[in-house]
Design a protein around this ligand. Structure first.
Ligand SMILES: [Fe+2]
Length: 173
């Protein structure tokens, strides 16, 4: 059976709510957040990919660090999805939607060495961090301080995890 095509992130469903943010702004906010939700779901599974497959002398430290990043990203996924629903929208967070819409590069499958995973994870976190930061500004343009605050929290967390990961490669220079 052929799968139906996945449309680009665009809020098409809006439930009635007493939330006072205007319907037009809630539509735009939900499209914005569904785009980020897709990338966040992708990022979460990329962190697990690294957690499962990393090898080398720093195995245990990296294996455990990548799992901690996965747990943090899982909480960001939940926060983003639940704010979409709070604004009357439909959280579109299946793996297939995420795969179609994510703006992250695909995680390299054929790597094993710790430093290769450090580089790949750092690149994924930096790419998502840039998107999270620009979402703060877009939410402010839509006059939604709460969504801006949510992405400020997400981006601050991503910056911290990027530091934790990059620190594994910064002392070798
Ligand atoms: Fe595990």
């Amino acid at each position: 059976m052929k799968n139906p095509p996945v449309t680009p992130a665009a809020a098409t469903t809006l439930y009635e709510t007493g939330n006072d943010i205007s319907e037009n702004r809630r539509m735009e906010l939900n499209a914005l957040m569904n785009q980020q939700l897709a990338s966040a779901v992708d990022l979460q599974m990329q962190m697990k990919q690294a957690h499962w497959n990393v090898k080398g002398p720093n195995f245990i430290g990296l294996h455990e660090l990548f799992d901690k990043v996965d747990e943090a990203v899982e909480s960001y996924v939940d926060m983003i999805a639940e704010r979409i629903v709070q604004l009357g929208g439909l959280a579109e967070g299946t793996v297939r939607v995420a795969a179609a819409r994510s703006r992250l590069p695909e995680y390299p499958l054929a790597i094993a060495d710790g430093q290769d995973h450090v580089a790949a994870v750092a690149h994924a976190l930096a790419t998502f961090g840039q998107a999270a930061r620009s979402t703060i500004n877009e939410a402010m343009e839509l006059a939604d301080a709460d969504t801006a605050d949510l992405f400020t929290e997400v981006s601050r967390g991503i910056d911290k995890w990027l530091w934790f990961v990059e620190a594994h490669s910064q002392a070798t220079k």
